[in-house]
Design a protein around this ligand. Structure first.
Ligand code: IPM
Ligand code: MN
Length: 324
């Protein structure tokens, strides 16, 4: 059976890593029926299009979306981030952002809530541009939104060998949002007596990520903490060039979207220098989600075997393909 995938190469190194990742999926024996979408900063600069509702409607019929990276230095901050990436997350209800980190002999996974928190866009200006200017940026936390994300994390933890889940927040200062998260976490935990739980403040978690990441199995956290922690996770487990992610709609009411954590890297774009492994591992995660666990495992094994390799984008891609 062939899977119908919408492909957004995007900008910069996205154009280089996407064909390699999809080539490796095919080399692993999985049939893909792809449709390309030219979206991102380059497209926006050309004709002002970011992402329209008709395209979102078209995507609803697909099995998954695969994105390289988006962002161009000449586009003002927020246009592509909010108009494309966050619109995809919100409109397709991709409420889980799953980011695994592979350290030698140890894998831990961050589950980041992906549709609420400070990313919801609540806030605004008052007296903008005057000496009395006010800017507010709210954090939206709903019982429904927190619970479905926490529940996903418990299910994931239960399916793993260690069955350990850590809540990361800042309950000592964010006493409203943190309280809702903690109460929700504790209530769901009662349904998962087989899962061992822990709690870390986010600042302490930053130390543990660097000094003792072995303590973690699955982590669940809010949108902004998850954004920051997963860049740190990449940095302490082989670099952001290896960090993969899935923006998941676990209820499958729409296609999930898979992308490397890294950005478009304009400084090295077009030079065959980007590490394609983050995109390859994101494609493997997509295969897991599509029920192709065997091919996904073979791709991950091939990446692990070539982990010490250095070289150009295409050389690393060829080495991984060669191992399959
Ligand atoms: C990420 C990115 C995005 C985020 C940006 C580009 C909107 O940093 O996927 O981690 O903050 O979620
Ligand atoms: Mn980020």
């Amino acid at each position: 059976m062939s899977h119908r995938i919408g492909v957004i190469p995007g900008d910069g190194i996205g154009h280089e890593v996407v064909p390699i990742a999809l080539g490796i999926v095919r080399a692993a024996g999985v049939e893909l029926d792809t449709v390309d979408y030219d979206l991102g900063g380059e497209r926006y600069l050309r004709d002002g299009v970011v992402l329209d509702d008709a395209t979102i409607a078209e995507w609803r019929g697909l099995d998954a979306l695969f994105l390289g990276a988006v962002g161009t230095p000449d586009v003002p901050p927020g246009v592509i981030e909010r108009g494309l990436l966050l619109k995809m997350r919100f409109d397709l209800d991709l409420y889980v952002n799953q980011r695994p980190f592979l350290a030698p002999g140890h894998e831990f996974i961050v589950i980041r809530e992906n549709t609420e928190g400070t990313y919801a866009g609540e806030g605004g200006f008052l007296r903008k541009g005057t000496p009395h200017e006010v800017a507010t940026q709210g954090s939206v936390n709903t019982r429904f939104g927190v619970e479905r994300c926490v529940r996903y994390a418990f299910e994931l933890a239960r399916s793993r060998e260690r069955k350990h889940l850590t809540l990361v927040h800042k309950t000592n200062v964010l006493t409203f949002a943190g309280d809702l998260w903690e109460r929700t976490f504790d209530a769901v935990a009662a349904e998962y007596p087989d899962v061992e739980t822990a709690y870390n403040h986010v600042d302490a978690a930053c130390i543990y990520f660097v000094e003792s990441p072995q303590r973690y199995d699955v982590i669940v956290t809010d949108n902004l903490f998850g954004d920051i922690l997963t860049d740190l996770g990449g940095a302490v487990s082989g670099g952001i060039g290896l960090a993969s992610s899935g923006n998941l709609n676990p209820d499958r009411t729409g296609p999930s979207m898979f992308e490397p954590v890294h950005g478009s890297a304009p400084d090295i774009a077009g030079q065959n220098k980007a590490n394609p492994v983050a995109a390859i591992l994101s494609a493997a995660m997509m295969l897991d989600f599509l029920g192709e666990a065997d091919a996904a495992a073979r791709i991950r094994a091939a990446c692990a075997e070539t982990a010490t390799l250095t070289g150009s984008t295409t050389e690393i891609g060829d080495a991984v393909a060669g191992r399959l």
